[in-house]
Design a protein around this ligand. Structure first.
Ligand SMILES: C[S@@+](CC[C@H](N)C(=O)[O-])C[C@H]1O[C@@H](n2cnc3c(N)ncnc32)[C@H](O)[C@@H]1O
Length: 420
């Protein structure tokens, strides 16, 4: 890293480390406003900024108000998160940064950092408190460590355009490290995360970026050709597109969401995938009167609920600092309300899938238990059995529970319910 790159990293970290806005948004706005930065500069700035978020607990233990002392935070991130030798960056230090002893003291505190759950897991205190009500310290440690690893890039092969094995063989000529995802039948994994957004197979809709856990969740919807399906929280349609292909572009999927912008992002993806069976519709909230027309009519309803996102910390390490006990409490209310409203659309004998990308039982099993307590016309269907029936060799029990430490996917939860 050179002095200019360090100054830019400090400038962007001063904003990111307030955690007022999503880190990726702050970073891309910053880079957009600094067009003169070259490719290598952008890479250095982005990697160091994210290393600072990933090692924030340690940085905060060593520096008071890291967003105010953002240069120091950037230097610490280089040492803690990017394996840079102190001698390589010594010449970058200025008066304000203090002496290089500050950096060597970070290294000397390694054992101390490993000994405290906060700094060893890189999780904030409030989250550790919540997790402690469910997990042992070892489980919290395993979780914390797993989400500091970078995520691979997973894509889903659009079965309207070809079979996974054939597309994989084609991609392997270019990307020899590409492999089939271990569980999801249409997934391909790129451990090295190549940029694929200009690749011909991406542009013609043959592949779409989607984490393996998310692909499995769409498999659980189990939609068939000609059915009527509602994706109640469709967002930009990660799962909607998988369901559309599952239905071989036959039947009808209503893709609801309250966020117009996200639904707008779904449209070009539908076009690229060659899917014409998806009908995006912005709703005002889960009680929007227009939804009532579908009461008791849907074969399958997916509720991919707004959640804390704590299963996606590999990609969004700042999320844990943007959530709090208060935001969690609000989410829990919202999730149950959407779950309840969406269930009205399911026809007798139809399927309701409740899912999150969280690992917190409060957002997952406990929401399902609450729902079942108030809705005796629904019963649980065993997820492991549904997966076996699709020749997917994965048994996480009654619920689908993907976790990064065990499955190398984002953390996902799904419960499948059937209306009697
Ligand atoms: C987990 S994200 C969905 C991700 C998406 N299904 C995918 O696979 O890419 C949750 C979505 O719920 C939407 N949402 C929040 N409140 C909602 C509500 N009351 N009704 C419907 N959607 C809602 C959010 O805008 C957000 O897009």
């Amino acid at each position: 890293m050179n002095q200019t790159q360090l100054n830019h990293t400090a400038a962007v970290l001063a904003k990111i480390l307030t955690f007022n806005d999503p880190a990726n948004v702050v970073l891309s706005n910053y880079l957009r406003n600094n067009r003169k930065l070259g490719r290598a500069d952008r890479h250095e700035i982005a990697e160091t900024a994210f290393a600072a978020i990933r090692h924030y607990q340690k940085i905060a233990a060593a520096i008071r108000r890291p967003h105010v002392q953002a240069r120091k935070a950037a230097l610490a991130a280089l040492v803690l998160g990017r394996s840079v030798n102190i001698s390589q960056i010594e010449e970058l230090l200025n008066e304000e940064d203090g002496k290089k002893e500050f950096l060597s003291s970070l290294k000397a505190r390694k054992a101390e950092f490993l000994g405290s759950l906060n700094t060893a897991t890189e999780l904030p205190e409030w989250l550790i408190d919540v997790l402690k009500t469910h997990w042992s310290d070892e489980e919290i440690l395993a979780f914390g460590r797993s989400v500091t690893q970078p995520a691979p890039l997973d894509v889903r092969v659009n079965t309207l355009n070809g079979k996974r094995d054939k597309i994989l063989a084609q991609l392997q000529t270019e990307f020899p490290n590409a492999i089939a995802t271990p569980f999801a039948p249409n997934g391909i994994r790129f451990p090295n995360k190549p940029a694929l957004n200009k690749h011909p197979l991406f542009l013609d809709g043959t592949i779409e970026v989607q984490d393996e856990g998310s692909q499995l969740l769409a498999q659980l919807v189990g939609a068939k050709r000609g059915e009527m399906v509602v994706d109640f929280c469709a967002g930009a349609g990660g799962k909607t597109l998988a369901i559309g292909a599952q239905m071989a572009n036959k039947g009808r999927i209503y893709a609801f969401d309250i966020a117009e912008k996200r639904l707008a992002n779904l449209k070009p993806r539908m076009t690229r995938a060659g899917l014409t069976n998806i009908h995006p519709e912005k709703i005002s909230n889960e009680h929007d009167p227009r939804i009532a027309r579908l009461n008791g009519k849907a074969d399958r309803v997916l509720v991919d609920a707004p959640c804390s996102g704590l299963g996606t910390l590999r990609r969004n390490p700042d999320l844990k600092y943007r959530q709090s006990p208060e935001t969690l409490a609000n989410l829990l209310k919202q999730q149950q309300s959407i779950f309840q409203a969406a269930s009205q659309l399911v026809k007798s004998g139809g399927r309701l899938v409740y899912a999150t990308c969280s690992i917190l039982p409060e957002e997952n099993e406990m929401q399902v238990a609450e729902f079942l307590k108030n809705n005796s016309d629904f019963e649980l269907v065993n997820c492991a059995e549904l997966l076996v029936a699709q020749k997917i060799d994965l048994d996480t029990g009654e619920f689908l529970k993907m976790n990064t430490a065990e499955h190398n996917t984002d953390g996902f939860f799904a419960a499948v319910l059937q209306r009697k």
